[in-house]
Design a protein around this ligand. Structure first.
Ligand SMILES: [Zn+2]
Length: 314
């Protein structure tokens, strides 16, 4: 029997030339079965590396079982430019749909997190690099509209390589459109929580993804308009090793928090509770405030007392 020679090549990083299996950790080379990885929320048990998560799996991780309702699922991209690069845009769309089971790079809908209703917009990087086209933008706006109509918060989870070049100006217009939707939420006084997953770049980080009232990122996620290699080539300067990563964005004040994936659902639940309207206000156990009011208390106690009297009598 002839011995089989196996040539193992190790590439420098995840963007290196060598192809690695999608379930092999790019940091520590641990390899997992798909069900193992899914069970671990696609976080490497050895080193904590966060693998990319598809939109539907992300929704499973975050939303109370059985409460998610999708909206805008029937929307599909048109091809007004009849765009062809190596193959027609319509073929790329079909391939992406067959590969991911999704109609575009964002899934919109609503559901509950630990019992609290929220609108949701979750991107899928596997669908044409999570690129932003007209359907992605429209679905994001449908989720924002739902939030506005029902007076609930909006949570987005992004992962994107930027605008979809096959849609040209129609893709770029989604930046203005999604920012407009976020602005409408702000005017309605509704919270928008943005979760940035690896990688959130280009037109998505340059528009709605940066505009959350709270902006959270996953550890190690690349979050920058252009990637480090492009910046190095353009400026001719070497960039820091953690350029554009979540941790450096946090240090530079671009983020509110870096939250490991296993804690994400709990942290979102906490934020939804903090942002929740008056129906969740405690009643009864703050009664003692009433006794302070009639005397010459401090201005805040007087204000609280007036509010309580108003509520009781009128
Ligand atoms: Zn690892």
């Amino acid at each position: 029997m002839t011995p089989v020679e196996v040539n193992v090549e190790r590439s420098g990083g995840e963007e290196g030339g060598g192809r690695r299996h999608p379930n092999t950790c790019p940091e520590c080379r641990s390899h997992y079965r798909d069900d193992e990885l899914r069970h671990a929320q696609r976080v490497c048990a050895q080193c904590g590396h966060h693998f990319v998560v598809g939109a539907m799996e992300r929704i499973d991780q975050l939303i109370d079982a059985g409460t998610f309702v999708e909206i805008g699922a029937e929307l599909r991209a048109a091809d007004p430019l009849a765009f062809v690069d190596l193959k027609p845009y319509t073929d790329r769309l079909t391939d992406a749909e067959l590969q991911t089971g999704l109609g575009d790079s964002l899934v919109a809908g609503h559901g509950r997190i630990v019992g609290r209703e929220t609108a949701l917009a979750v991107m899928d990087f596997a669908f044409m690099g999570g690129s932003m086209g007209s359907v992605m933008g429209e679905r994001f706006c449908l989720a924002a509209d739902y939030a506005e109509q029902h007076g609930v918060p909006l949570i987005s989870v992004t992962g994107s390589g930027g605008a979809r070049m096959q849609e040209n100006i129609l893709a770029l217009m989604q930046m203005a459109k999604t920012v407009g939707a976020v602005d409408a939420l702000r005017e309605a006084g509704l919270p928008y929580i943005s979760v940035l997953a690896h990688p959130t770049t280009g037109g998505v980080i340059a528009s709605f993804a940066s505009l959350g009232d709270v902006v959270i990122a996953e550890p190690g996620a690349l979050l920058s308009f252009a990637g480090p290699r492009v910046v190095e080539q353009t400026t001719g300067e070497k960039v820091a090793a953690d350029f554009g990563r979540a941790e450096s964005n946090l240090r530079l004040g671009q983020l509110d928090a870096v939250v490991p994936r296993r804690e994400l659902r709990g942290e979102l639940a906490k934020l939804l509770m903090l942002f929740s309207p008056a129906e969740d206000e405690p009643t009864g156990d703050n009664e003692p405030l009433m006794t302070i009011v009639e005397g010459e208390a401090n201005p805040i106690d007087r204000l609280l007392g007036r509010l309580r009297r108003g509520r009781r009598h009128g």
